[in-house]
Design a protein around this ligand. Structure first.
Ligand SMILES: [Zn+2]
Length: 80
């Protein structure tokens, strides 16, 4: 059996708490980064009116909900 005095127990509890805080911070950042990446993958910018909208399907093209122009996932280019 491990014998601990009060000082060692306090250091162990604080150490475990610090490790848990760092671990949950890392999990939170990883989850938010994944959500942001997923949202950016579906975000599209209309080539005519520059409206930003989310692609409802999985295709590479979608119709702009504002002006109805066919838009691909690359967004607006120099030549429109
Ligand atoms: Zn548009």
């Amino acid at each position: 059996m491990i014998e601990l005095n009060l000082g060692e127990l306090a250091v162990a509890v604080i150490g475990v708490a610090m490790v848990l805080v760092v671990y949950f911070e890392w999990v939170s950042r990883w989850t938010h980064a994944n959500a942001r990446r997923r949202a950016a993958r579906k975000r599209m910018v209309c080539r005519l009116c520059l409206a930003v909208f989310s692609n409802p399907g999985n295709g590479k093209t979608a119709d702009c909900p504002v002006c109805g122009a066919r838009t691909d996932c690359r967004g607006p280019s120099a030549l429109g």
